[in-house]
Design a protein around this ligand. Structure first.
Ligand SMILES: *Cc1c(COP(=O)(O)O)cnc(C)c1O
Length: 378
């Protein structure tokens, strides 16, 4: 029976305490944002990531939008980022009238090629947005050095990067700001959810204000001001306590979730090593300075045609495998709102050949079947 069961690409993992904490939030009678569960989540993030200030948001997209507001981006400002990323990386800044400028990716990690950033800088450049693909860090020392020398901000899109480190530092905590996602396809989930890490204290106070509709509500509740009012532009970026309660159950289990995902990742990596030796595929590369979180197991195939055949063949065996981003520089909105810096050969080539395999807590007993089916497909 299990040999014919469908294997989905993703299956959200529940720790078992989510509903219990949601019931507690219900009993507490505080359902809007910034209650007891939100504070626990903030504390956990600040401690885990070593960040000055963590703020829960509705999504990573919302956290990136907050970063764009905090940076005071203006019409025509340029933001350097990879084209091989999710739409929100670019959208959050394009919403402010800024222009995403795309740089090619490295063929090993599929992260932004740090050696190509400097040539892209113009007098309008304000920011660099490294995206830690698959939870594997970008070359942050080089990126931070470029940013310092050119007086640029660095906002890490660490949507996939919770529990990963670069030279011992948590992803999301290295740039001036960082953004996490708790979308159900990520490692630690809340359905929809995210967080902004404010690492440079210069932005901490204004981040609270922007997140609370442009009011100084947080200062008021801390007794720092005697009335609360409209003090800046802003929006409503904070989730309610029901989301935070769910997320807290996940954060409590973040270590065990990561351990189990890593075990699956390494199982794939060992079982697929002989296929790489025979030149049938390429496995992910993780630089020595990076500890990753097993967000994703992907393989690189020979061509788009081969990938299409493999996806169909796995599907016939009841296994869902998926490709990933359509590069933003070739997407309709990318053509209108952004520009590529020269040719992006690795972005174009690798995005057509990348295939993501199922990876979720609970896959353990099914994983060998995925590998067998993949071998047959190849
Ligand atoms: C998932 C993801 C996002 C968006 O996260 P949401 O929480 O869904 O807004 C942004 N960037 C990257 C790289 C992602 O993987």
């Amino acid at each position: 029976m299990t040999t014919t069961a469908h294997i989905p690409f993703n299956k959200p993992f529940m720790t078992g305490r989510e509903l219990w904490y949601i019931a507690q939030a219900h009993t507490n009678g505080h359902l809007s944002g910034d209650g007891a569960f939100t504070k626990r989540c903030h504390g956990w993030l600040e401690q885990k990531a070593g960040s000055r200030r963590a703020l829960l948001t509705h999504s990573c997209t919302a956290a990136l939008e907050m970063a764009a507001l905090l940076a005071d981006l203006r019409e025509g400002d340029e933001v350097i980022m990879p084209s091989y990323t999710f739409v929100s990386t670019a959208n959050a800044f394009a919403l402010r009238g800024a222009v995403p400028v795309f740089v090619d990716i490295r063929p090993d990690t599929l992260n932004i090629d740090e050696t190509k950033i400097e040539a892209t800088i113009t007098p309008r450049t304000r920011m660099i947005v490294p995206v830690h693909y698959a939870g594997v860090a970008c070359e942050m020392d080089t990126i931070m050095d470029i940013a310092r020398r050119h007086n640029l901000l660095v906002v890490e899109d660490a949507a996939q990067g919770i529990m990963s480190t670069y030279k011992g530092r948590a992803l999301g905590s290295i740039g001036h700001m960082g953004a996490y996602s708790f979308h159900e396809t990520k490692n630690i989930i809340a359905g929809e959810g995210g967080a902004l890490l404010v690492n440079d204290p210069v932005y901490a106070e204004r981040a609270e204000i922007i997140r609370e509709k442009g009011t100084n509500r947080s200062q008021f509740f801390r007794g720092q001001v005697d009335k609360y009012t409209w003090v800046d532009i802003g929006s409503s970026y904070l989730p309610g306590e029901v989301i935070a309660a769910f997320l807290w159950a996940q954060m409590e289990e973040a270590d065990s979730i990561t351990t189990r995902r890593l075990a699956l990742w390494h199982q794939y990596d060992e079982l697929l090593a002989p296929l790489e030796e025979r030149g049938l595929l390429r496995r992910p590369r993780v630089p020595a300075d990076c500890v990753h979180n097993a967000h994703m197991y992907y393989i690189l195939l020979d061509s788009l045609e081969q990938r299409t055949r493999v996806i169909a063949s796995l599907k016939q065996q009841g296994i869902s495998s998926v490709f990933h981003y359509v590069p933003l520089h070739s997407a309709p909105a990318g053509l209108r709102h952004a520009r590529a810096h020269g040719e992006l050969p690795h972005t174009d080539g690798l995005s057509e050949r990348l295939l993501r395999l199922p990876l979720w807590v609970g896959l353990e007993e099914h994983l060998p079947r995925v590998v067998t089916a993949l071998k047959e497909a190849l």
